[in-house]
Design a protein around this ligand. Structure first.
Ligand SMILES: [Zn+2]
Length: 413
């Protein structure tokens, strides 16, 4: 017991000590030292986070770009009316609630979008990722990141009285491979520009109830707990849902397990980004500084950062009038730029030509911009191309590391 401010709390090691050891597979040290990321803090995310906190998972990362609204309160145990009144970020309200359950849990919150706001270096630290998202594009991005990082992930989906849960383990099962070619083609078509992605996400919302969210969220949390217990899974003491789909139908009270496995060797998503080159760089360094470190590190003048998750838009052109609008923003921020301009937002999307930069090299004009200004998150892994090789260079966490770089600037470590 820990006593502080007259409140008695238990440590993570003591958490559930009276009951969980009675489960043959439950290993307290694995659970209290585990790192799990939950992407999406809606109805499903609330249930998953609550269950992981009750199990005493030691380290949680919560990702969501949204704020709490009154309409969320019907199915979100971690939010209250004050959160909705103040439109607090969902990740912050959720983090505060689970801290009240167990103050010893480390919680990191990211207000952002899984398709571009979360560094691969952070995902690489996870034992498992739980996806509680409501659209195909977010699942596709999450799957791609987990493949690159070599981390298993658990998917959940709700639709009215029905729900499904699935597990994807790199090397065994892949979300993109389970999609029909027509669905993949549709995904590519509908995500060809940032404005379309946003509109697509907003139109994909489905009605959910707290009951279905509880059932599917519980299955997802259970599967994440199994993934923490890797040795018990490998020995057969635990059995993963990987390769099957858990389907619940609340209307007809049916629960089915359907075979759901696909691994096509030609799938372009099956990249594993390794080996990782650790660097003293972070996303507050300028393009100039990063390029110069990379050149020295790899002993070549030919280095290029390929923006695999992010694109830089320097201008858009109105095809009809030929008028150029200087943008200078990450592609993800272009929709807000268009929406904020009265003239631009009144025109159809197809009317604009968007000039996008995906390769940052010595020719890049704005080398005094920081990686963060280019939209690159902290702990991202940069995809770097030299003359004849590809390198995966991991950035450190944000600002507090800058001092280290100043000392070692120009000296490859
Ligand atoms: Zn695949």
């Amino acid at each position: 017991m820990v006593k502080g401010n007259d409140i008695e709390t238990v440590t993570l090691e003591e958490w559930g000590a009276d009951i969980y050891p009675k489960l043959s597979w439950f290993k307290q040290n694995k659970v209290s030292s585990a790192h799990i990321m939950v992407v999406g803090c809606g109805a499903l995310g609330n249930e998953v986070i609550k269950n992981l906190a009750l199990f005493g998972v030691g380290n949680l990362v919560l990702v969501d770009f949204d704020t709490c609204e009154f309409s969320n309160l019907t199915r979100s145990i971690l939010f209250n009316s004050d959160d909705a009144q103040k439109h607090r970020y969902k990740v912050e309200a959720a983090a505060e609630s689970i801290k009240r359950i167990n103050p010893n849990i480390n919680v990191k919150t990211i207000v952002g979008d899984i398709s571009y706001s979360v560094g691969l270096g952070l995902i690489r630290q996870m034992n498992a990722v739980v996806g509680c998202v409501d659209n195909r594009w977010a699942r596709y991005c999450l799957n791609r990141l987990c493949m690159r990082a070599g981390v298993p992930w658990v998917d959940g989906g709700l639709n009215a009285l029905e729900g499904v849960a699935k597990v994807f383990i790199p090397g065994k099962n892949c979300y993109a491979c389970t999609l029909e070619p027509s669905a993949l083609a549709e995904l590519k078509r509908s995500t060809s520009c940032a404005v379309a992605i946003k509109r697509n996400q907003e139109s994909g919302r489905v009605p959910t109830t707290p009951v279905v969210a509880s059932i599917i969220g519980a299955v997802q949390a259970q599967e994440a707990m199994k993934l923490i217990h890797k040795e018990e899974l490998e020995s057969g003491e635990l059995t993963s849902l990987c390769g099957k789909m858990f389907c619940y139908d609340g209307q007809y009270m049916s629960v089915r397990l359907i075979s759901h496995q696909a691994w096509d060797d030609d799938c372009p998503v099956h990249e594993n980004w390794s080996p990782i080159v650790k660097s003293p760089l972070n996303n507050l360094n300028t393009v100039e500084e990063v390029l110069s470190w990379l050149k020295k590190k790899f002993s070549t003048d030919h280095v290029e950062i390929v923006l695999r998750n992010h694109s830089w838009v320097d201008f858009i052109e109105d095809r009809e009038s030929g008028k150029i609008y200087n943008v200078m923003l990450p592609e993800a921020e272009v929709p807000a730029f268009i929406e904020s301009d009265e003239v631009l937002r009144s025109k159809p999307m197809g009317q604009f030509y968007q000039h996008t930069i995906r390769n940052i090299n010595s020719d890049f004009k704005d080398k005094d911009l920081t990686l963060s200004q280019l939209g690159i998150p902290e702990m991202e892994v940069l995809y770097v191309r030299t003359q004849n090789e590809e390198k995966y260079v991991e950035l450190r966490v944000g600002s507090e590391e800058l001092g280290i770089l100043v000392q070692t600037r120009g000296e490859p470590s």
